[in-house]
Design a protein around this ligand. Structure first.
Ligand code: B16
Ligand code: MG
Length: 216
């Protein structure tokens, strides 16, 4: 019986992928590496350090540990410049309503994101208080598809993994949920998220959390 929800952040609660794109592209261009939307897609749900490693591999570039630290810091500064502008209007459709209703219906709610910027982003969009627990890139080190981020979320909610339902927009995140023994709702392209229990385009399709759980 599902008693709790674990939410990914980027692509589920707010579309920050477009800002990661701006910042990674700026870095890639400075390093002479081509970086387009196709590459950005492959970084969804992937940690900052792992994302940098992938971009360097694509560009066949080797950097020292100090240079890598420098570029990760620089990329994050550019990303934060974008994030500084966001507000509640950037929350994806139907999410705030779903979170409200889930709380009223007695579900426990945690965040399970790879981002180290999760708390300031939730503050900016006014949803920090909607979560009973936050597990983010400052807490866990293993990148999805490792299930650590979701297992820690379930633990903090005091629930068994099988009592949790994950919401994810990235293939690596769906894999992480399944590796942790949790059911998963995918948000986005069914071709990419086909192994999820169900794939939706937005929370508008599932306005009632209890009905969703009963339908699984
Ligand atoms: P940061 P999620 C992920 O968020 C993003 O999808 C991914 O593109 C990003 O590299 C990662 O967070 C780390 O973000 O640089 O802010 O620590 O989808 O797991 O909520
Ligand atoms: Mg995501």
């Amino acid at each position: 019986m599902i008693q709790g929800f674990l939410f990914d952040l980027d692509g589920v609660i707010v579309d920050t992928a477009k800002y990661h794109f701006v910042a990674w592209q700026r870095m890639a261009s400075a390093l002479g590496i081509e970086f387009g939307h196709e590459e950005n897609e492959q970084l969804k749900g992937i940690s900052r350090v792992e994302s940098l490693e992938r971009i360097l591999t694509w560009g066949q570039l080797t950097l020292s540990p100090e240079e890598k630290m420098h570029w990760m810091h620089q990329k994050n500064q550019w990303y934060l410049e974008c994030i500084d502008q966001i507000g509640g209007e950037e929350t994806l459709p139907g999410v705030a309503h779903f979170l409200d209703k889930a709380r009223i219906q007695g579900f426990k709610i945690a965040l399970g994101s790879a981002s180290k910027n999760a708390v300031p982003i939730l503050e900016r969009i006014g949803l920090l208080d909607a979560f009973d627990a936050i597990v983010d890139g400052t807490v866990v080190s293993a990148s999805k598809p490792n299930p650590e981020v979701f297992l820690e979320g379930a633990r903090l909610l005091g629930l068994a993994p099988e009592a949790c339902l994950v919401f994810e927009d990235a293939a690596a995140g769906v894999e992480a949920a399944q590796a942790g023994g949790m059911a998963c709702i995918g948000l986005g392209d069914p071709q990419v998220l086909g192994s999820a229990h169900r794939v939706i385009q937005s929370f508008i399709e599932i306005p009632d959390p209890q009905l969703l759980v009963d339908s699984l």
